[in-house]
Design a protein around this ligand. Structure first.
Ligand SMILES: *[C@@H]1O[C@H](CO)[C@@H](O)[C@H](O)[C@H]1NC(C)=O
Ligand SMILES: *[C@@H]1O[C@H](CO)[C@@H](O)[C@H](O)[C@H]1NC(C)=O
Ligand SMILES: *[C@@H]1O[C@H](CO)[C@@H](O)[C@H](O)[C@H]1NC(C)=O
Ligand SMILES: *[C@@H]1O[C@H](CO)[C@@H](O)[C@H](O)[C@H]1NC(C)=O
Ligand SMILES: *[C@@H]1O[C@H](CO)[C@@H](O)[C@H](O)[C@H]1NC(C)=O
Ligand SMILES: *[C@@H]1O[C@H](CO)[C@@H](O)[C@H](O)[C@H]1NC(C)=O
Ligand SMILES: [Fe+2]
Length: 450
């Protein structure tokens, strides 16, 4: 090889090497989420050096449009002070029912091309979601099947119900980076909607809050989003357990949640989104044989803080007619009969999920992580079905009266091991619901702009 050619190759290889320093401008860990509504998409990614600007080029059928966003320096709390730049760009006013292509980065380096599809703007749209919690970097059993199904276009969005990577901050947050690269194969194509779990606790949940971009801003633990006929509310159950970070997040969330439930119940809203679904990491009930709080009668999220019994979620969700509650944390799947205060309120004995007289709850925390599976103890009368196969849940909203749920077993090669229809002719408070009428009236007036 000639000296000249060798010199040319050397220069090419070190193009990123200016003044003896290596630069990392290449975007990675690309993921998307809904913004304030489903026609807003927030694209988030990381670089390890400051690229000065954060750009998404995108469009229907080509990279026609350009949108700039912001970048924030994120320093992990570990000893290495692992530093990255987290970039966020919001695409607004997207055209319904369209296939968009995009890439992200800056003039210093672009990502691969990705694509996502926007929902049709029709009241008969039937959103299909994949739902799971507790998926790690190691032993992410469900990921292969989820990649395959995502790329075949089966889903409209993902709900990851807390506990990521095990953990996002492990090894000075390098496990977090590895996990975010790993889920890019689904999260760059589908809105990846999350809530925090106990594994995100380190440094006051900073890895969770900085890496994901959820509605209401990245510093928030809770949000709600309308997806077709679904009003999905995502909360942090961790505010009940990590009081070392203060009681403010718990009080603030409870008040926000009551406001959001009241708004969702205003007739004009519940008409459009009849299904109110709440997701949070730790369940109120479980029949696993570990020492988790859900095995206790007085679960803190259920009845409120120890001794004081303030801010319990079970009454709140029951009183405002929540239809479905989705939890994780237990590394298993458990479906309950409609339940309130340890009493089963079936719609009827023959058809328990047709017009149930209390919310329906299930736990789906078996996506796969390095902690393996959780075993069960005796089966209580409120527990309808249990499995600790690795897997995840599918939810399809057919219309205002019918939701279909199914549990996919990864152990059994994708077999559906449980399924049920939740059927409601009318949505709203339950027979013994007690609303806070003073607050309802206040919010109704505020909402009407009075
Ligand atoms: C670029 O990133 C590398 C790796 O994180 C770091 O060592 C280096 O100091 C950074 N350079 C600048 C100019 O920020
Ligand atoms: C969806 O349709 C409604 C009613 O036809 C319209 O008001 C709204 O602007 C549409 N939204 C989008 C994003 O096109
Ligand atoms: C932890 O973060 C929350 C939410 O941002 C904040 O309200 C709280 O004050 C923080 N706690 C501590 C101890 O920094
Ligand atoms: C729940 O049941 C217990 C008895 O197990 C009872 O003491 C309590 O008052 C009930 N709570 C509500 C809100 O009905
Ligand atoms: C609820 O329905 C299921 C299914 O029919 C039944 O096994 C269970 O005993 C019922 N519970 C009550 C309290 O009626
Ligand atoms: C809703 O969908 C279910 C399942 O496809 C169907 O049986 C039912 O008739 C539909 N109801 C309405 C009101 O369209
Ligand atoms: Fe957990």
């Amino acid at each position: 090889m000639s000296v000249k050619l060798l010199h040319f190759l050397t220069v090419s290889v070190y193009l990123n090497y200016i003044g003896g320093e290596v630069f990392f401008y290449q975007p990675e860990q690309i993921h998307i989420a809904y913004g304030d509504d489903i026609y807003e998409i927030v694209i988030t990614w990381s670089t390890f050096n400051d690229t000065q600007n954060s750009v998404v080029e995108y469009g229907i059928g080509g990279l026609i449009l350009r949108e700039e966003g912001t970048s924030k320096t994120f320093v992990d709390g570990g000893v290495a002070k692992h530093t990255q730049y987290i970039h966020r760009v919001t695409l607004r006013n997207l055209t319904p029912d369209s296939e968009y292509v995009y890439h992200c980065g800056s003039d210093l380096g672009w990502s691969n091309l990705f694509n996502f599809k926007t929902a049709p703007n029709r009241s008969d749209w039937q959103p299909h979601l994949a739902i799971y919690g507790d998926m790690g970097n190691e032993n992410a059993q469900s990921l292969v099947r989820l990649q395959e199904e995502t790329q075949r276009g089966l889903y409209d969005a993902i709900l990851h119900v807390g506990d990521f990577a095990y953990d996002l901050d492990t090894n000075n947050a390098e496990i977090g980076d590895a996990f975010m690269r790993q889920i890019e194969s689904i999260a760059a194509y589908l809105p990846y909607m999350t809530c925090p779990g106990n594994h995100e606790e380190a440094y006051n949940f900073s890895n969770y809050r900085e890496r994901f971009s959820m509605p209401r801003g990245s510093q928030s633990y809770m949000y709600s989003i309308n997806i077709g006929p679904l009003h999905i509310i995502s909360i942090s159950t961790e505010v009940y357990y990590f009081l070392n970070y203060g009681i403010k997040p718990l009080v603030f969330q409870y008040q926000w949640l009551e406001d959001d439930l009241i708004k969702a119940n205003l007739p004009e809203n519940r008409e459009k989104q009849p299904w109110i679904i709440v997701m949070g990491h730790r369940p109120m009930y479980c029949s696993n044989n570990d020492d988790d709080d859900c095995t206790n009668h007085e679960t803190q999220t259920r009845v409120g803080m120890p001794f004081f019994k303030f801010f319990g979620l079970e009454d709140l969700l029951y009183n405002y007619g929540v239809d479905l509650e989705i939890w994780a944390h237990e590394h298993s799947y458990e479906r309950l009969w409609p339940i309130y205060n340890y009493t089963v309120y079936n719609g009827s004995y023959e058809a328990p999920y047709v017009n149930p007289k209390a919310p329906v709850q299930f736990t789906t925390g078996s996506a796969g992580c390095r902690e393996g599976r959780d075993e069960f103890s005796y089966k209580p009368p409120w527990s309808a079905f249990r499995s600790n196969d690795y897997g995840y849940t599918r939810l399809k909203a057919y219309n205002s009266t019918h939701l279909h749920l199914e549990q996919v077993s990864d152990d059994k090669a994708g077999e559906v091991v449980d399924s049920f229809w939740l059927v409601k002719d009318r949505h709203g408070p339950y027979p013994m619901s007690k609303m806070n009428w003073a607050k309802v009236d206040k919010i109704r007036l505020k909402y009407m702009g009075l």
